[in-house]
Design a protein around this ligand. Structure first.
Ligand code: SAM
Length: 244
């Protein structure tokens, strides 16, 4: 998968050199190219922003510099374009899965009050463009949001996770974990500071362990994410689930 990221702070993306994503880049599963937006600003100060029409505080990123940058990065290509913004559609595991199936993604990192809206309007005429928010809070810029998305997408690519089953059992994973968060996990020793690992996990009984994990996922979802629990698909619940 090819990922192009345009930003005024390319140094934000240093973490993409380490861990799972770093290894995926070394192996060639991920081809990440980070571009400095200011390379397409022509004045002596390399200006990328201007005052907002209609007044108000803050600055807005200029469409001309974004247009030149995107044109140069994509050439005649047609990546799917992602514009991080708190006003976008929510970034979910389902969207991460969908984006992991794309061959080429282009991320446009906003700063200040965001990017002049004509940039999305322009590229939506020739690319698939999604404005995406990673949560109901406001960051200073799109870089951290892109790091979040790249990590969530990258770990779903074939061969990136040591064990592909991990992604299937994760919170929010499509299938049996849809709308569920994962329950608690434990490792050795069996007793730590008086806290015992639940006996069922030491039983070796795979059926009982699977049942316990499902029950704990449901319990934790009800406790921490009641809105997800309320949206659970009743047909996807079995007789045992309904007793919880
Ligand atoms: N004035 C904008 C608003 O209220 O919607 C917020 C602008 S924010 C200070 C600057 C940039 O940070 C945005 O253009 C976007 O790229 C990024 N950003 C901030 N919060 C985000 C979020 N929750 N999800 C995705 N991107 C975000």
């Amino acid at each position: 998968m090819r990922l192009d990221i345009i930003s005024i702070f390319p140094e934000y993306f240093a973490p993409l050199d380490v861990s799972l994503i770093g290894k995926a880049r070394e192996r060639g599963t991920l081809d990440v190219r980070v571009h400095q937006l200011r390379d397409w600003a022509h004045d002596v100060h390399k200006t990328v922003d201007d005052t907002p029409y209609g007044g108000g505080p803050g600055m807005v990123m200029k469409p001309e510099v974004w247009g030149e940058a995107i044109d140069a990065v994509i050439g005649d290509g047609t990546p799917r374009m992602i514009v991080p913004t708190p006003s976008g559609r929510p970034f979910t595991q389902e969207l991460a899965q969908e984006l992991a199936e794309e061959p080429w993604l282009l991320f446009a990192c906003g700063r200040y009050e965001g990017i002049d809206s004509r940039v999305v309007a322009e590229y939506a005429t020739r690319l698939r463009v999604d404005e995406v928010g990673i949560g109901d809070y406001v960051l200073a810029g799109g870089e951290v949001a892109v790091l979040v998305m790249v990590e969530a997408i990258g770990r779903l690519l074939p061969g990136v996770l040591g064990n592909a089953q991990s992604a299937v059992d994760d919170s929010f994973a499509p299938g049996s974990m849809r709308n569920l968060v994962e329950g608690p996990v434990y490792t050795k020793p069996p007793v730590w500071r008086g806290h015992e690992v639940p006996a069922v996990l030491l039983s070796g009984h795979h059926g009982k362990i699977a049942r316990w994990r499902r029950d704990e996922a449901l319990r934790r979802t009800v406790a921490n994410r009641p809105e997800l629990a309320a949206a659970l698909d009743v047909d996807a619940l079995d007789k045992h689930d309904r007793k919880l």
